[in-house]
Design a protein around this ligand. Structure first.
Ligand code: ZN
Length: 161
């Protein structure tokens, strides 16, 4: 069975940046994903197409097909510290959940701190980076009706709910 729309793939991965540093990996168990629903970054989902159990491969994906280029408009300078009511000791590197335009929340990080303002970056932490994945496919199966309805994989390595 090959990976394509409405199949669930399980895979081990190691993710490295262009400097060869490991950023992330599947640790205890393979990760499960439902193909065809944008559950992986676009460049990786494309590489997964037609792969089957036992396939091992490396792929390098440009930022535009990974987490996107850095969007300047998501970087806000001179945000007053008074915006962070109830948070003491704001430091560079702290993450917050911010209200996104049109509802929902997204994660932002403090990248610079001045006397009474900070710079806040709403880009994905891996935006602007070319990423290399080492992949090993450990299983391919049909998706259940429920997984297709939910547009993601369930069970081991998938969503638990
Ligand atoms: Zn679900």
């Amino acid at each position: 069975m090959k990976l394509k729309k409405d199949k669930v793939g399980l895979f081990n991965y190691t993710l490295k940046n262009t400097a060869g540093e490991e950023i992330d990996s599947s640790s205890e168990q393979p990760m499960a994903y439902l193909h065809g629903y944008g559950n992986l970054i676009p460049g990786l989902e494309k590489e997964m197409l037609s792969k089957t159990v036992g396939n091992k491969f490396n792929t390098t994906i440009k930022a535009v097909d990974a987490y996107g280029e850095i969007a300047e408009h998501l970087i806000q300078k001179e945000v007053p510290l008074s915006m962070f009511q109830g948070v003491k000791n704001i430091e560079v590197g702290m993450r917050f959940e911010a209200q996104a335009e049109g509802g929902g929340v997204h994660s932002v990080i403090i990248t610079e701190k001045n006397d009474d303002t900070v710079t806040v970056d709403g880009n994905h932490p891996l935006a602007g980076q070319e990423l290399t994945f080492e992949i090993e496919i450990t299983a391919v199966r049909n998706a259940t009706k429920e997984e297709i309805e939910h547009k993601h994989a369930h069970g081991d390595g998938g969503h638990q709910h």
